[in-house]
Ligand binder design. Structure first.
Ligand code: BG6
Ligand code: MG
Length: 229
């Protein structure tokens, strides 16, 4: 008997025709570089920003991340100062990204994208990052996406569903036939608000609301002899 296409996701229910991937923390291990850059900014402002503090920044836009950092350090800035500080953090982050190579891809990312596409599933990127094009290019994974929606194309940050709704639209699919892969609470909320199914990449206790959880995309890979198409 042939396999159902939802076996590619380990999901039951209605057929899933499209997969929309968050980038940072789902496909690529960039969270450590974001953290290094925010920690450096906090140090300049005179406080220590812990890795635990950094959890709150995952999935959140650059400017909102800065605001959370300032709250954590009990600092305040004018809008102009915020823009300059966010710019400074980004320059450091982009400098760290120069060290990025294919080893930064999280386990199973490339293989899973390849399997989904071979199975006829449409794929999109749905990321808050304005640096997504640079990262896709450095990791040579741009050809794995039918559509790329990133921080340059959205005006409302997750948990607003805009980025994922634009992703589904670009794939010409209804939101309910798409599954989103997310490692952040804001992203899971966004996908659900958009009427999509969600697979959480990470621990269930940190990511309420997903339909299924995996530690990494590697868990969803089929053995080559099990592929049915
Ligand atoms: C998200 C990250 O993917 O992108 C956040 O999880 C980050 O940590 C956000 O702040 C915006 O990224 P960038 O690269 O535009 O600063
Ligand atoms: Mg993420």
């Amino acid at each position: 008997m042939g396999r159902h296409m939802n076996d590619l996701f380990g999901l039951g229910g209605e057929p899933v025709l499209g997969a929309i991937f968050d980038l940072d923390g789902v496909l690529v291990d960039t969270a450590k570089y974001h953290y290094l850059a925010w920690k450096r900014l906090a140090q300049e402002l005179g406080f220590f920003f812990t890795e635990e503090d950094n959890e709150r920044l995952k999935g959140v836009s650059r400017l909102r991340s800065l605001e959370i950092l300032l709250e954590t350090g009990h600092c305040s800035m004018t809008e102009e100062e915020k823009a300059a500080a966010a710019e400074k953090k980004n320059a450091w982050y982009v400098e760290y990204l120069h060290a990025l190579d294919e080893g930064a891809l999280l386990p199973g990312s490339r293989e899973y994208l390849r399997q989904l596409r071979a199975g006829g599933i449409k794929t999109a990127l749905g990321s808050a990052s304005k640096n997504a094009p640079l990262i896709l290019e450095r990791l040579s994974i741009a050809p794995f996406f039918d559509a790329v929606i990133d921080g340059n194309l959205v005006s409302r940050a997750k948990p607003d569903p805009e980025v994922f709704l634009k992703g589904a639209k670009a794939l010409a699919l209804s939101p309910s036939s798409c599954v989103v892969f997310e490692d952040s609470a804001a992203g899971i909320e966004a996908a659900r608000a958009g009427g999509m199914r969600v697979i959480g990449v990470g621990r269930p206790e940190n990511l309420p609301g997903a339909e299924k959880y995996v530690a990494s995309l590697q868990e969803l890979l089929f053995c080559p002899d099990q592929i049915w198409w």
